[in-house]
Ligand binder design. Structure first.
Ligand code: FPP
Length: 238
């Protein structure tokens, strides 16, 4: 399909990068090999999303629940994260600013320092913001924001009856970022898995069966955008 025939991409796309483990298993490789390939796919898809005019891409890389995986897998994910951050510093993705959402306090000082450095690589000409969700959970995010709001009420900075949806949105990691229009989940699971719970109230979901994240291609992003473009978003109206 020629570029000009493609529908306009939505402003904000979220992706649940699922299926790395199954991709590796199919090849009789360790699960970590699936994550390594998944990180490569992330880079390719981020560049392609930027070129398609996506303004915000949010990817789910590590959830608050992923710590419960076997130590060996968590360690390999941390090694991969360190490598990914170092690679981003050496060779940042052109015209993409990267930020990390989630509770960063759980990471080692070294990883936190690398995260800070990557977040500080601001390109004033950036065309897209890539948000990488790390130690992220939608419920955890809401709990933290409710605590901060309660604190403001307790300190007399905010009246309880002035709390509205905007008060909550502004306390989330994604404050200032528009809600996702489209959330894509490959791999055949039909769940939100605690991803952008508040923000996804009116997001369109595209679940892609039979496709594992490491195999996800630019043409798969095109297909998801095509399906999204055919949806009728009513936001509760008729
Ligand atoms: C879900 O697949 C994927 C993850 C828990 C990790 C996602 C991580 C990457 C794509 C690596 C790149 C990101 C960074 C920043 C390091 P799964 O392991 O649950 O797969 P399965 O459901 O097939 O077992």
């Amino acid at each position: 399909m020629a570029q000009q025939e493609k529908p306009q991409a939505p402003q904000h796309i979220g992706i649940i990068m699922d299926g790395n483990g199954r991709w590796a298993k199919k090849r009789m490789l360790p699960r970590s090999a699936g994550h390594v390939q998944g990180a490569k796919t992330l880079r390719t898809i981020a560049e392609y999303a930027r070129d398609r005019g996506v303004k915000y891409l949010t990817v789910y890389a590590f959830s608050t629940e992923n710590w419960s995986r076997p130590k060996e897998e968590v360690d390999s994910l941390m090694d991969l994260l360190r490598k990914y951050l170092r690679d981003m510093l050496k060779e940042p993705t052109n015209h993409v600013n990267t930020r990390f959402i989630g509770d960063k306090t759980a990471f080692s000082p070294e990883i936190r320092e690398l995260i800070d450095k990557v977040e500080n690589l601001i390109d004033p000409e950036a065309k897209m913001v890539l948000q990488v969700a790390l130690n992220y959970g939608g419920r955890d995010e809401l709990v933290k924001s409710v605590r901060r709001i309660a604190q403001r009420v307790q300190q007399g900075q905010l009246s309880w009856d002035a709390i509205d949806e905007q008060t909550i949105s502004e306390e989330l990691y994604t404050a200032s970022v528009p809600d996702p229009d489209l959330i894509i989940r490959p791999s055949g699971e039909y769940r939100t898995s605690n991803f952008l719970l508040w923000q996804s109230a009116y997001s369109e979901y595209v679940f892609m069966d039979g496709l594992l994240w490491p195999d996800f291609k630019p043409s798969d992003l095109d297909a998801a955008i095509e399906e999204y473009a055919g949806r009728n978003r009513r936001f509760g109206g008729i």
